[in-house]
Design a protein around this ligand. Structure first.
Ligand code: ADP
Ligand code: MG
Length: 630
């Protein structure tokens, strides 16, 4: 920057409270990754230049028309400074206050707020959040920001702070357009005045910055838009490095897709699936990470609404000459070309994933383990692509080993002529499901059941409804008609006649009252006295459980049908005693207990208190009977 003839008007201001807090955390927790402050400052310079390049194409009146778009990094061993200078849009007085005095704008705040205690900060996580401008204070004794906006009437200012509590802003004359960040290094940070070290850091983090980056006058990055090249001209390592640059991570991508097309829309795009899913840690929701360009000029960084939300895990760039440059964020979404590109690329991504399944199933399964939530979210939200998305779903199954996956196509491929249903059941684990009340009927008949382990999986299945014309049905549904079981096992003569069963179920229904809509004989095979089945096709038992657990009233009735096994000894004994002179009150207690046991097995028992009391009174009776015998 030029002369520093200061005007007398210096104003002092204090940081907003949260800035102090963030400064503290950034400085302390990221200390071992100090290098990244250079990346952050270069990245801010890049953003400012991208905006400037855009402005220069849509404005005629702006400061310093001839200034080349570039970033200069200069070190000074005498003054112990490193200075990052750009010829970008600069900042006006108010922008300085808003952008550097609060952290509302910065990604830093969300990062810090959502960080669970004891999080291990690996470099991928740190990179993802962009800790921003304040990271300079990890190495700085003092930071000065000299800036002048591109706006024709804008004056120059210097912002200055030691990062502790206050900053000052002073008007200065003779600044040219852009921003200089002058970092006065702390005694233990002199490594950042070393030319070679700075070059190494910039090569590592900023090689793909689309503007020349000069370290002490020497250009050290390649500064090219690799997405505009032909795929055959880009090496694997260039693709990987570009991904690392885009995602600010140090791992290589899982998948990449490089597309170029001339008709119907001119388009070139490189899209990546990363190697980790940061939503998995549960402390943040990913933001869209695909940037939009028109002939290498940034139209919008990390644009949202280009892809449906569930594709937010995709990183990349999209460049189209057909996009209008002079378009605001708001109107972008109404732009026909923008929408067409979004639709086209969404379909291409889904088709790409489908192709990857056959290319390398194991790799796809790994993708599935990391990103399945997004695909499931897609099934529920993206009606237009539901078919493609449902093909990407993977499940565990009663027919396969515990670490094998099956697709819906695998399942339907195994169906026999005339079988029209895909069965699934939700539970916490394979063991719990197989021990539970519903699998026996399917096992006996050799019918495959898909195992779902995530509570929200049932929402996915009910949203999908069917696949390839076959209905998706939860195995605990009351409306299932299973074929007779053909295991060839000889069955004993039934103990109870149809009339007996009718009377018994009627009496049980009277006993249970409104708690069940019906008590009936089970036509499945069940190896316990009774089970609960769910007559509501749209809301599975698991969904009822989730809705109950949340505080909101979903207005679900949660109707239940009790199915009994008339061959079970408990049921036949119950019938015999009811016909005799036994204490009817006690028998009713047993019916209630059978019902509660069935509820418990479906995970629907809400209040164990009443049940526990009842069990004690039944035990009391059993113990007294035992006492008489002994
Ligand atoms: P982020 O880049 O995530 O917005 P930062 O903390 O890095 O957060 O920067 C805060 C804001 O300060 C930026 O959004 C930008 O408006 C402004 N800013 C920082 N550096 C520059 C620069 N070199 N030129 C213009 N504006 C800048
Ligand atoms: Mg930044």
């Amino acid at each position: 920057m030029k002369s520093q003839k200061e005007s007398t008007a210096t104003e002092s201001r204090s940081f907003k409270a949260e800035v102090k807090q963030v400064l503290d955390i950034v400085i302390n927790s990221l200390y071992t990754h100090r290098d990244i402050f250079i990346r952050e400052l270069v990245s801010n310079a890049t953003d400012a230049l991208e905006k400037m390049r855009h402005e220069s194409l849509v404005q005629t009146n702006y400061n310093d028309k001839d200034a080349p778009f570039e970033i200069r990094v200069d070190t000074d061993k005498k003054k112990h400074t490193i200075t990052i200078t750009d010829t970008g849009v600069g900042m006006t007085h108010d922008e300085l206050v808003n952008n550097l005095g609060t952290i509302a704008q910065s990604g830093t705040r969300g990062f810090v707020e959502n960080l669970p205690e004891d999080t291990k900060l690996d470099s991928d996580i740190i990179g993802k959040f962009g800790v921003g401008f304040y990271s300079a204070f990890m190495s700085a004794e003092e930071v000065r920001v000299q800036t002048r906006s591109f706006k024709p009437t804008a004056k120059g200012y210097e912002w200055k702070s030691d990062g502790v509590g206050e900053y000052t802003i002073t008007k200065i004359d003779d600044l040219s357009r852009g921003t200089s960040v002058i970092v006065k290094l702390k005694g233990d940070a002199y490594e950042y005045e070393d030319d070679d070290n700075v070059k190494r850091i910039i090569k590592k983090y900023s090689n793909f910055v689309p503007f020349p980056v000069l370290v002490n006058g020497e250009k050290i990055n390649t500064a090219q838009a690799i997405w505009t090249k032909m795929p055959s001209e880009v090496t694997d390592s260039e693709y990987n490095e570009f991904f690392k640059f885009l995602s600010t991570s140090e791992s290589e991508p899982t998948y990449r897709l490089h597309l170029t097309s001339d008709a119907p829309i001119q388009l070139s795009s490189i899209l990546y699936v990363p190697a980790s899913n940061l939503e998995q840690f549960g402390f943040m929701k990913l933001k869209p990470s695909v940037s939009l360009y028109c002939r290498k000029v940034l139209v919008e960084q990390n644009t949202d609404k280009l892809f449906p939300e569930y594709l937010r895990f995709i990183h990349g760039v999209v460049d189209s000459a057909d996009l209008p440059l002079n378009i605001s964020r708001e109107t972008l979404q109404d732009n026909l070309v923008f929408r067409k590109i979004g639709k086209f690329l969404t379909k291409r991504i889904l088709r790409f994933l489908e192709d990857e399944v056959s290319k390398d199933t194991e790799k796809y399964n790994k993708f599935w383990e990391l990103f399945n939530r997004f695909i499931k979210e897609g099934v529920v939200t993206d009606f237009e692509n539901r078919k493609e998305l449902s093909g990407l779903l993977r499940f565990r199954s009663s027919f396969t080993d515990k670490d094998e996956y099956v697709s819906l196509a695998d399942y339907t491929g195994r169906l026999k002529e005339g079988e029209e249903t895909i069965y699934y059941i939700n539970g916490r684990s394979r063991e719990e499901i197989e021990r539970g009340p519903y699998m026996e009927a399917f096992r006996k008949r050799g019918i495959e059941v898909l195992y779902l382990y995530e509570p929200y999986d049932d929402f996915v299945m009910t949203a999908l409804m069917d696949y390839d014309g076959k209905k998706l049905v939860s195995a605990d549904s009351a409306n299932i008609e299973l074929p007779p079981d053909d295991t060839g096992e000889k069955k004993d003569e039934p103990v109870l006649s149809p009339d007996d069963i009718k009377n018994l179920t009627q009496w049980m229904k009277d006993t249970l009252g409104d708690r069940v809509t019906e008590v009936r004989e089970s036509k499945r095979y069940i190896n316990r006295p009774a089970i609960i089945v769910n007559p509501d096709e749209a809301v599975t038992t698991t969904m009822q459980r989730i809705m109950k657990a949340s505080d909101r009233d979903f207005g679900i009735s949660g109707t239940k049908v009790l199915e009994i096994n008339p061959d079970h000894e408990i049921i036949t004994t119950l019938k015999k005693l009811r016909d005799g002179k036994s204490d009817k009150g006690f028998l009713q207690l047993c019916v209630e207990q059978i019902y509660d046991n069935a509820l418990a097995e479906s995970g629907l028992l809400e209040d164990p208190g009443t049940m526990v009391e009842r069990v004690y009174s039944i035990m009391d009776r059993a113990l007294k009977a035992e006492e008489k015998n002994s």
